[in-house]
Design a protein around this ligand. Structure first.
Ligand code: SAM
Length: 194
């Protein structure tokens, strides 16, 4: 079974997999930005994409789960906001030429090697002065929440390595994660494209 099929089955087994509220750190970070074009990679049911659309961003949301995207499309329709939903592998999608003022990568956990590839591809798609918002389970959350393979968990070094030529605006281990209901740390990074 492919990863996309596994995610589809996971979504199909429950009415709603993730909370509807946006990541509070994303809401905090974008409060300082003027809305523009945003890309939410691995958007899931679209809690962050919906928030961006409601705050006047022009949003493209990509996921390889058609089930999750249908939920997002329905929510956008009901809320009267526009979100462009694209069913694709995020790595393939980033081969396109479009550029964005903001790319969101939230809670996407492939191997470290693949994450570095993802960051490299994503930064190319950001306009000069635009930002990448990155959040996910920190390596210190091992055994508490998130993936059980340490290679799938994040640490500072991947950010400093991947974005050596960019401006790292924020790089933090955060523990006040209200939306997961636990205190295992997440890694938050905000990168400005130079
Ligand atoms: C843990 S959920 C996070 C959803 C959302 N970003 C959030 O924070 O609520 C991970 C999502 O990424 C999607 N995903 C994982 N790898 C992907 C890939 N290579 N291409 C497209 N979607 C992917 C999954 O289908 C799932 O919806």
């Amino acid at each position: 079974m492919s990863n996309a099929q596994m995610w589809n089955e996971r979504y199909a087994g429950i009415d709603r997999l993730w909370i509807p509220e946006p990541d509070p750190k994303l809401a905090d970070v974008i409060s300082n930005f003027s809305p523009g074009k945003a890309l939410d990679l691995g958007c899931g049911e679209g809690r962050n994409a919906m928030y961006l659309a409601k705050t006047n961003w022009e949003v493209t949301a990509v996921d390889f789960s058609s089930v999750a995207l249908e939920r997002l499309a329905r929510a956008a329709n009901e809320a009267g906001v526009k979100v462009d939903t694209i069913c694709s592998d995020i790595f393939d999608f980033l081969d396109q030429d479009d550029s964005y003022d903001l790319i969101v990568i939230a809670n996407i956990h492939p191997s470290r090697t693949l994450r570095l590839e993802l960051y490299k591809k994503a930064i190319k798609r950001i306009s000069l002065g635009g930002h990448l918002f990155l959040i996910g389970h920190h390596i210190e959350s091992l055994g508490i929440v998130g993936p059980s393979d340490p290679d799938l968990l994040m640490d500072d070094s991947e950010v400093t390595e991947a974005f050596v030529d960019q401006k790292i605006v924020r790089l933090e281990k955060i523990t006040d994660i209200a939306d997961h209901g636990h205190s295992a740390p997440s890694l938050l990074a905000v990168i400005e494209k130079l």
